[in-house]
Design a protein around this ligand. Sequence first.
Ligand code: BV8
Length: 243
Amino acid sequence: MITEAAKRIREARAIAVLTGAGVSAESGVPTFRGEGGLWRQFRAEDLATPGAFARDPRLVWEWYDWRRQKIAACRPNPAHHALAALESVAAEFLLITQNIDDLHRKAGSRRLVELHGNIWRVRCTREATVSALPDVPLAEIPPRCGCGALLRPDVVWFGESLPVDALERAMQAAETCELFLVVGTSTLVQPAASLPLVAKGRGAVVIEVNPDPTPISHLVDVSLQGKAGEILPALLAARRGSA
Ligand code: BV8
């Protein structure tokens, strides 16, 4: 299966990749729905929604602070590095991530779209201006913009639209790629979960990397059951070997 997948990757000119929380699992970042997942002790609706922030901005901000502390201790794993290496050898390439942990960028990925934002950026709730999280001790939580309005994490919450340009770039890549690689996502969250189906519908080869079956596993051309941190480096090595 790895050899077959590596051959498909080598033959493809245009490659698109969709990643989810599973690609960061081996870095130590908790996934959303796995054992001990982020949502275990909370429900998504309780915290990652505009209503939750309106009701209790401090609670939501502290949950993201807790996540930032966990993520700050995590390093990119071999899966992130393998995807950065694939970007450097593919003629056309786009890495589309649902993750907000910035680990793809830290691993060197540059042709990257963050569909759900980035936990290290904040956004003014009035002016929508985006800036890096202030790295000074915060006088109040959540901090306020110079205009006086509350700052919020620059991430996409449930019920919020995705950034138009990010979604457009992702959709365009799904429509035009020859190979679509889906790594570490339960494919439950829309509209990200539709991207592999768009690619499939346009005739792309779809390869899935996940230890568990997902709702799209029966649709993909090659399903590689296992950890991304093990399978992706093996795929890159086999791709080189098939040169
Ligand atoms: C929108 C940022 C509409 C924030 C996230 C019913 C009620 C309410 C809403 C909806 C509904 N039905 C549909 C919706 C829409 C909703 C949605 O899809 N809900 C789902 C839950 C049903 N979607 C939205 O609300 C989106 N917006 O639709 O807007 C709209 C339209 C017009 C105008 C206004 C509005 C916005 C969705 C974005 C939400 N934000 N994150 C934050 O992180 O705090 S989503 C969140 O889930 C993360 O981004 C995460 O990445 C994403 C998906 O989860 P996964 O990444 O797949 O992670 P998960 O834990 O689920 O799975 C991990 C996988 O890895 C597993 O398969 C596991 O087997 C695998 N794995 C584990 N270890 C490894 C591994 N794989 C490889 N290697 C390993 N080692």
